[in-house]
Design a protein around this ligand. Structure first.
Ligand code: SAH
Ligand code: ZN
Length: 720
């Protein structure tokens, strides 16, 4: 059921999406299998799907976030102390109770009564069970409703208004889960005028930086090709485009120091006091800020902190390491990261200068722009900070990491070198790709005609994809040489008429691919096109291999570690939901951008399976079994998986979707533009060099599925 996951990144805080789903009883949807490219009907019934959603969501990561839990507890204790000090009985409203944790903390801290609501029905059910298991049912009432559907007053969901409101409705962008409206509604309808909010307030910070590394996620650059006079260029409308609207969240502390240069100090841009009435859920501000280093203002980094109590004595910050109040004692978490915003243009700024930092937010998002002070007003036009929208199409065709990949010159150098070796004059070439440099490069390097069949499994809107690629072809003067074929292989066949194809090429990269081997889609298309190929036709890449390395991740494994007890409460009901899910399906592998998650290899990288792309997809299952020796002592908690493509089949032009450089041991330098596959072990296992990882991999050609089984054996051959 990976095909549902169309979000660019793997489900951080998907609560809003889930709540919409939960109202549907049973849904059938037609989805495209990302590997075979064929349509499939998928049933989403309640038991199956929601357990998976819970299993793969951020709920357990939140529960593992000890700093968060402890600070909510401290905030609740302070609030309850205050209300008691006023001589009042304590009635807590917990909005979005999830597992029920905050409600139980409130009772433990002395609340007389807690009303908990939760709009995601399967979670509300879990909360009820957890509250019962921990014997809190007499004090906590769980209502399976959205807070905005609750009523307070005689005969309502709550007999009277609450005098403490606790909620954890914050995401990486702070307000992305809609907390502003939820709080405003609660102020008006659900709580008393003197109600204490936990947390009480939040501050949004921004820091302007120069960073080629990040700017490459925003703008497509020229691509010089060795031996060609003319570089490949982006379409010019991309230069003026504001870019994509969606927030870009990353583990900012993993960006290396040499990959960015701060141009200002961190700046407080917005403060939200959750217990105050807001005139409007939209605000904008302009701050004059001092530039602390000369450079190009390209990117605005964002993070926030929250004050758990009205005296601001308990503070929780999600700042990156260099701006964190306690850099040596930082909680790892994945449910809150930091966000990156892109300036419309790269602006040169000088140390000592003042620049204008514009910030704006609406109900759900934030955005920023840096400007030279007075620069636009002097030109006569008022600077308007509009929400970014992509008008060029390019930012819709390409995700941000994909743009980074298209700007990765060393990657494209490998393709150019391989193409040069095999392109013969007069050849008709078919490129099976999403919007890629490959077909343009082939045309520039001399292919007579290139038919570009783009992935029919692509998630992008076909029309915008088509138009932007067309402009890209025009910008490079390759009209007449590169033809776009929209749709399926059948359409391609029709377009080819009676021409025979001398070469089929691909990166292969498809935006519909979530796991590394989904790009074997290329193999399926080649197989279906076989009868159109000339004798001796080139297939590039010629070979693929699936590679694995046993890993000791510092933190990533926590995402899937059982919760057990949290702050003394038994939350194992959640673990059971996750386990039920794992028993139902073999889908153990998740995509993660591993450059954001530190870890070391505890084995050498090993090829699990080879694919000869010059041959047809086999009809029988491919099965590979074997052992991977561990190379050092450590805690093995996962196996990282990726694909390597050998473009010509001679081992001399290899492109990897795993480590950037051939990797032997230690910390892999993961390619930052693509996600790798991660198989999480049931539990971390302490291994040493005489242990081994026993594997069995099955590739089923019928549906393109890859199933994995990994077991750890000690030196006596005992399964651990
Ligand atoms: N309070 C839990 C879970 C936090 S996740 C904890 O701290 O561990 C946020 C939860 O709030 C999600 O389960 C989401 O479904 C729910 N939610 C978000 N907005 C809501 C609203 N307005 N009313 C009820 N539930 C809401
Ligand atoms: Zn655009």
């Amino acid at each position: 059921m990976w095909y549902l996951r169309s979000c660019g990144r793997f489900c951080p805080r998907r609560a809003r999406f889930l709540s919409r789903l939960s109202s549907l009883m049973q849904v059938f949807r037609q989805t495209l299998n990302p590997t075979t490219g064929r349509a499939e009907w998928t049933a989403m019934d309640e038991d199956y799907d929601y357990n998976q959603e819970v299993a793969r969501s951020s709920y357990t990561d939140m529960l593992h976030d000890e700093e968060r839990n402890k600070k909510y507890k401290a905030g609740l204790e302070l609030a309850i102390g205050r209300v008691r000090g006023r001589g009042q009985r304590v009635h807590v409203l917990d909005i979005g109770t999830g597992s029920g944790l905050l409600s139980m903390l409130a009772v433990q801290a002395g609340a007389d009564r807690v009303t908990a609501c939760e709009c995601f029905k399967p979670m509300a059910g879990a909360a009820q069970k957890i509250v019962k298991t921990n014997s809190f049912s007499d004090k906590i009432t769980v209502i399976p409703k959205r807070s905005t559907d609750l009523t307070a007053g005689p005969g309502g969901d709550m007999e009277e208004r609450a005098n403490i409101l606790v909620a954890e409705l914050l995401d990486t962008e702070l307000i992305g889960e809609g907390c502003l409206y939820t709080y405003q509604h609660a102020l008006k309808h659900l709580v008393t005028p003197d109600c204490i909010f936990v947390p009480h307030a939040a501050t949004v910070y921004a820091q302007v930086v120069e960073s080629d590394f990040m700017w490459n996620w925003h703008r497509l650059r020229d691509l010089p090709i060795t031996g060609c006079e003319k570089a490949l260029v982006p379409s010019s409308d991309m230069e003026a485009c504001m870019g994509a609207a969606a927030v870009h969240d990353i583990q900012l502390s993993q960006v290396k120091q040499e990959q960015f240069k701060p141009l200002t100090e961190p700046i407080k841009v917005f403060r939200f006091e959750f217990d105050k009435k807001m005139e409007s859920l939209e605000r904008r501000t302009e701050l004059s800020v001092m530039v602390t280093a000369t450079g190009q203002a390209q990117v605005v980094l964002m993070w926030w902190d929250i004050e758990m109590d009205p005296d601001s004595s308990v503070l929780l910050s999600v700042a990156p390491s260099w701006a964190h109040p306690t850099p040596d004692n930082m909680q790892w978490r994945d449910h809150w990261m930091q966000a990156v915003y892109f300036n419309h243009q790269s602006i040169p700024v000088e140390k000592g200068q003042q620049v204008a930092l514009h910030g704006r937010h609406d109900e759900y998002s934030l955005w920023f722009q840096v400007q030279k002070q007075g620069s636009t007003t002097s030109a006569g036009s008022e600077f308007s900070l509009e929400r970014p929208v992509c008008r060029c199409g390019g930012h819709m065709v390409w995700s941000r990491p994909r743009l980074g990949m298209l700007n990765d010159r060393s990657r494209w150098g490998t393709y150019a070198a391989a193409l040069k070796q095999v392109l013969a004059p007069g050849q008709t070439c078919v490129s099976v790709s999403d919007a890629s440099w490959v077909p343009l490069m082939a045309a520039r390097l001399g292919a007579q005609e290139v038919g570009l069949l783009y992935s029919s499994g692509g998630k992008n809107d076909k029309k915008c994809l088509h138009q932007h690629i067309y402009r890209l072809i025009e910008a490079n003067n390759l009209q007449g040489k590169v033809h776009i074929v929209q749709g399926s292989e059948e359409q391609l066949e029709a377009a080819l008429e009676d021409r025979k194809v001398g070469m089929v090429i691909a990166e292969p990269y498809y935006s519909s691919s979530l796991l590394p081997w989904h790009s074997l889609y290329f193999w399926y298309v080649c197989t279906r096109l076989r009868h159109k190929l000339q004798g001796g036709a080139t297939v590039l890449p010629a070979r693929a291999e699936l590679v694995a390395v046993a890993m000791e991740f510092e933190d990533l494994w926590r995402l899937r570690a059982p919760v057990g007890t949290v702050e003394g409460f038994d939350i194992s009901v959640m673990d059971q939901m996750v386990k039920d899910h794992s028993n139902q399906t073999d889908e153990r592998v998740e995509p993660h951008p591993l450059w954001e998650y530190p870890g070391v290899g505890v084995s050498n990288p090993v090829t699990l399976m080879n694919f000869d792309l010059t041959q047809s997809v086999p009809t029988e299952n491919l099965v590979a079994t074997g052992e991977i020796p561990f190379t050092c002592s450590g805690s093995c908690n996962a196996v990282a998986l990726w694909m390597n493509y050998d473009l010509l089949g001679d081992g001399r032009h290899t492109v990897s979707t795993g480590p950037r450089a051939p990797y032997t041991s230690g910390r892999p330098q993961w390619d930052p533009h693509i996600r790798q596959g991660v198989y999480f072990m049931d539990k971390p296992v302490q291994v040493s060099a005489d242990f081994r990882l026993v594997y069995r991999v099955t590739f089923s050609p019928k549906d393109g599925r890859m199933d994995f089984q990994f077991d750890i054996e000690n030196s006596q051959g005992k399964n651990l």
